[in-house]
Design a protein around this ligand. Structure first.
Ligand SMILES: [Zn+2]
Length: 271
């Protein structure tokens, strides 16, 4: 599943090819994604210039003079630049032909992604307006997490993966950040000190920043004809390593299900 770092890398990869270009033609071959693509999307976009490509949580936001095109990659979606006239494959559902000869192509085998239109400010959209802060923003930090945790009994791992608390901390990054901070994933959110939350916030930021930085090397995938955005080969210390020795103490890592998600931790290093 594309996580926040993959979405941010996609944004960086397509931005120079899309910003300041106009939509010359929009072809929708399959409108049935997670929600139907608006039937009038081609009319809404054609002729409009892209002023900026930004991101909020895992939504890519294409700012146009009359509103915002919002794209979510869902479970298996990808966006890449192809030459105009490139033959579509079975899962290439939407083509955005741009002025200047390049085409932005949306591919999504499982069709859990979304392509939506928002008149006016995208931040006021139903899907975006109640989201927590961006993890890499100044707003997000240990004091923020500690202040919000109050008396909450929810496990800290579920707490930091809740999009109302903070966006974009996917399962991989929650596992890694908790290990690096030495915090047990099942510890109640309300029973963690400010200093431990400061450490956790720092580790969340660093884990995500490292993934984004390592994604920079895959940028060519977004402009190539056949490239798929690859998952980042970030070195992971716990995720996917259940049963293997802890890199710090050598204890066998435990793997449990927490909120239906695979959770790996060291019972000696994480308290
Ligand atoms: Zn350990």
């Amino acid at each position: 599943m594309p996580e926040l770092p993959e979405v941010e890398t996609t944004r960086c990869g397509i931005d120079p090819h899309v910003t300041d270009k106009c939509f010359a033609q929009v072809v929708v071959r399959q409108p049935r994604l997670r929600w139907p693509i608006p039937a009038n999307l081609p009319e809404l976009l054609t002729g409009q210039r892209v002023e900026a490509v930004s991101r909020r949580a895992k939504y890519l936001l294409f700012k146009l003079p009359t509103g915002t095109l919002m794209i979510h990659l869902g479970m298996s979606g990808s966006l890449r630049m192809v030459a105009a006239g490139t033959e579509p494959g079975a899962h290439d559902h939407v083509d955005f032909q741009l002025s200047g000869g390049k085409m932005l192509r949306y591919t999504d085998p499982r069709r859990f992604g979304a392509i939506l239109w928002m008149q006016g400010e995208a931040f006021e959209h139903e899907l975006l307006k109640n989201l927590g802060p961006e993890p890499l923003s100044e707003t997000f930090g240990g004091e923020y997490l500690h202040g919000l945790s109050g008396q909450r009994k929810v496990p800290v791992k579920s707490f930091i993966m809740d999009g109302h608390v903070v966006v974009g901390v996917g399962n991989i990054y929650a596992n890694e950040a908790l290990f690096r901070a030495g915090i047990h994933p099942k510890r109640a959110a309300g029973r963690i000190s400010l200093s431990r939350y400061q450490r956790l916030a720092k580790e969340i930021k660093e884990t995500l920043a490292e993934a984004i930085a390592s994604g920079g090397t895959t940028l060519k995938d977004f402009v190539g004809g056949d490239g798929k955005p690859g998952y980042f080969k970030q070195s992971l210390q716990v995720y996917g390593r259940g049963g293997l020795p802890c890199v710090i103490c050598g204890e066998k890592l435990k793997e449990i299900r927490l909120g239906q998600r695979s959770t790996v931790f060291c019972s000696r290093c994480q308290r």
